[in-house]
Design a protein around this ligand. Sequence first.
Ligand code: SF4
Ligand code: SF4
Length: 400
Amino acid sequence: METKLSAAIKEHTKADEIDSILRSCVHCGFCNATCPTYQLLGDENEGPRGRIYLIKQFVEGHAITENTVAHLDHCLHCASCETTCPSGVKYTRLLDISRPLIEESYTRPKKERTQRKRLAKTLSNPLKFSVLLSAGRIGKFLLPSNITEKIPEKRKALDWPVTKHQRRMLILDGCVQPSISPDINASTSQVLDKMGITLLRIKKVSCCGAVKLHLSEEEAALQQMRNNIDYWWSAITEGVKVEAIISTASGCGATLKEYGYHLKDDPDYASKAILVSRLSKDIAEIISEEMIPKATKPLTLAWHPPCTLQHAQGITGMVEAILKKAGHKLVPVADQHLCCGSAGTYSVLQPEIADQLRENKLKALSEAKPDMIVTANIGCQTHLEQKADIPINHWINTLL
Ligand code: SF4
Ligand code: SF4
């Protein structure tokens, strides 16, 4: 695709990258076939090819309109289009670079600005989120149903084993997961303990940066990444020397694997960020290399692969293989490549599209009447759970 960047955009540090991504798109439209919003809304501007064109117009100097912002806001950042694109167009990267630039050129209505700021502050801060969630659980009876359905029940967690194996790994606690589903990382520590691996937590490490990054607060997100690297650094380089940094939420894992990219222009952190990204692994990548224990209770499962696992991290078939080795039966699920509508803060900011995608996803997951639906990202788990008739869990819980 021909491009002619505006003088202002040419000054941007990522101008060459914007130009090269735009030029790599040959406008074939194959990506529209696997885009959830294009399928739902049937509008060229609600698919990747149309959105690429809208971004092109913006970086070439056309004024940004309310409609353009709305079409880009409707994008789930699911990267399904990237998996499909035969030309390797890095659409989500183009979106990540463009979003903060668009925010600078467009003033959102006050209500939207306030909502986005609140989300960025609350969701990326584990303590604030935990206090808010506890208050919501206590005062549930006072709240309207559209809010109470978003408040998950408290889950019980197993004890974290106190072990000192020679093999050690770090785990990212994450921002919302410890409050919503503390069982996930506790179960992970139990499973890894049986495999001779000690799992370490560094409590100061909080959000991976994804929440702020996707709400266009780029500098704040980069600072969270730098802080996390500082907190982890001694465990990575001195004494303990961990083998890996594990994520049990695929959204966080996808972001950790991109630290090297996001901090590549920071002379103090560039090489450290590359090492953190190299060490970052989804829990499935660790378990698949080990002897898989037989589950105490074999189940019939429906697997929901999060977009951040299958499209962003390119991990496909791995969890399914682990679950089968553990003795579980997997049922076929239609349209597994499509997003469930959770997508970070998307389900809060774009509830209508998110609800429709969830309805479709739950229909597909429930079709074969499994005992349980399993997934690999806290966002998907919580979003689906709000309307599911079947229990939803992280798959790691089924290995115990
Ligand atoms: S992003 Fe890829 S699949 Fe989509 S129109 Fe461009 S080249 Fe074609
Ligand atoms: S990231 Fe997902 S929603 Fe956005 S354009 Fe690509 S396929 Fe569509």
